[in-house]
Ligand binder design. Structure first.
Ligand SMILES: [Zn+2]
Length: 280
């Protein structure tokens, strides 16, 4: 098919769909189909290399493996929705960051501060499952489509260099904009998150209790915000979003699940006291 013909077909789709569903939703859906998986993975690798050269990985193999072990059953569950990626899950060493994030292409990072703030393993699993949901939903592609505009994405998709797309994305990631997802994407990540925690046997309320306590803590410590970077800025939790999560959980019919309290307490205690003396 010629480039001109493809452009006109896509333009017709955009016009039709804008009328039906609103342009923002259309831009996101098209963005998803216009950013190729190879570009997504390439971009993710570049960003991950950047992150790991600028920030410190937690120098404790046992805790790194612990978080990977939490993620594995969630990742297995996610293969129903997306199975074309190999994931990397890692802990970054910053006790002040109650945060986690996903890069394009399957790179998921959790800060040690999030492990310290969590009260059980189901909460960590809930956050990980939510981040995996962003990867499964290819939300960074949606973000790119929104940032670049459809025109630029279309011309890139119609044969121009994919390096140009990766370069544009890397610039945006540098400005921190790739991390901020739309409200629709947050809701979708919550939907995937609930499904994967239930499939893995975790108590799906972990994500709800985690965000509820985080909202309370933020309310109490708004004056010390500068030393308290949290998930709230990149994945805003509102009471509306919490109600949405509770509805999703109610719909599964699942009322309990494991929290692995003892195992979690051991790891948190190791994080608080154990590895510091041995780290470089
Ligand atoms: Zn999110």
């Amino acid at each position: 098919m010629s480039a001109v013909r493809r452009t006109s077909i896509l333009a017709v789709i955009v016009v039709l769909a804008c009328g039906l569903a609103g342009c923002s939703a259309v831009r996101q859906t098209l963005g998803m189909s216009l950013v190729p998986v190879e570009t997504e993975i390439k971009l993710g690798r570049e960003l991950a290399a950047q992150i790991e050269s600028q920030q410190r990985l937690l120098p404790d193999d046992k805790i790194q493996q612990y978080v990977v072990d939490i993620a594995l059953p969630l990742l297995r569950a996610s293969r129903i929705d997306r199975s074309d990626l190999r994931y990397r899950i890692a802990v970054l060493d910053d006790p002040k960051q109650v945060n986690a994030f996903a890069l394009p292409g399957g790179f998921v990072y959790v800060y040690s501060g999030l492990l310290l703030f969590a009260s059980n393993e189901a909460e960590v699993a809930g956050v990980l499952a939510h981040e995996i949901g962003h990867v499964v939903g290819r939300h960074s592609a949606n973000r790119l489509a929104t940032q670049m505009g459809m025109g630029a994405l279309l011309s890139l998709a119609l044969g121009q260099s994919q390096d140009e797309l990766a370069e544009a994305a890397a610039q945006m990631a540098g400005a921190g904009t790739l991390a901020a997802f739309s409200r629709e994407d947050e809701r979708e990540a919550d939907r995937y998150g609930v499904a994967y925690t239930v499939a893995a046997g975790y108590d799906p309320r972990g994500l709800v209790t985690f965000f509820t306590r985080l909202m309370q803590a933020e309310g109490e410590s708004s004056s010390s915000r500068t030393s308290y970077e949290t998930l709230m800025s990149s994945h805003p939790a509102t009471s509306q979003r919490i109600r949405h999560m509770e509805r999703l959980i109610a719909n599964t019919g699942v009322t309990s699940g494991h929290r692995e309290q003892e195992r979690f307490d051991d790891i948190r205690s190791r994080l608080q006291h154990g590895y510091r003396g041995r780290s470089p």
